[in-house]
Design a protein around this ligand. Sequence first.
Ligand SMILES: Nc1ncnc2c1ncn2[C@@H]1O[C@H](COP(=O)(O)OP(=O)(O)O)[C@@H](O)[C@H]1O
Ligand SMILES: [Mg+2]
Length: 252
Amino acid sequence: MPIERIKTGIPGLDEILHGGIPKRNIVLVSGGPGTGKSIMAQQYLYYGLTMGEPGILVTLEEHPVQVRINMAQFGWDVRKYEEKGLFAMVDAFTGGIGEAAKRERYVVRDPTDVGNLIDIIKEAIRDVGAVRGVIDSVSTLYLTRPSLARSIIIQVKRVLSGLGVTSLLISQVSVTERGFGGPGVEHGVDGIIRLDLDEIGGELKRSLIVWKMRGTSHSMRRHPFEITSKGIVIYPNKVLKITRYGVFEERA
Ligand SMILES: Nc1ncnc2c1ncn2[C@@H]1O[C@H](COP(=O)(O)OP(=O)(O)O)[C@@H](O)[C@H]1O
Ligand SMILES: [Mg+2]
């Protein structure tokens, strides 16, 4: 029996994943600042909404109002889905402080209280019947306590996967680091997509590589991508080679 998959809807990505993300997988989207992690996750959620698949976005680093504005700039208006009860923004940023925060429905008072965070995530998933989930970013959850990173990831995974949600967890790494962020985190997740920015001939080039994806084969190559006014577009027929002599783009 073929496995059930969730189509990301991001041009090029489903081809690289040989059809999409296996259902219930928890996928780490890892990369440095400005590599397109948040945009990728938002695009994934919004595509789901247009396909009748409800979703939740847990925001830990940006004000929920700002996230809605950012998404609207790509034409992804989540407000109408929030009004219909098909999308939930979980505000784990404001701590309930400020006028705008008072209008948020799902507010986590103290994101370092993982128990409380998980309760609110559960409530949001149940209310909207979420099929897709995003946490932006999980790094914030263990910033001050890296030794707990893996156990926090496992707790989050148990809830998301247990409730049938296929999720992208954003993980931040520093500009020079080639890892995935946080000790042991990469072992707890079902998949890892790594986003990079490299300078090539005085120009920054975007690329991504699927490092791991439980339940499916996938491209083993580094593919270039772009961010356009409509979001991310990946080129499955092109590869980016990073060698000690430089970074080169070639046809796959
Ligand atoms: N409308 C746009 N068109 C093209 N590129 C954009 C647009 N908006 C943002 N970007 C690019 O996306 C980057 C931010 O992407 P984001 O997903 O927020 O990164 P992060 O990995 O830090 O979450 C910006 O640095 C910029 O290069
Ligand atoms: Mg971001």
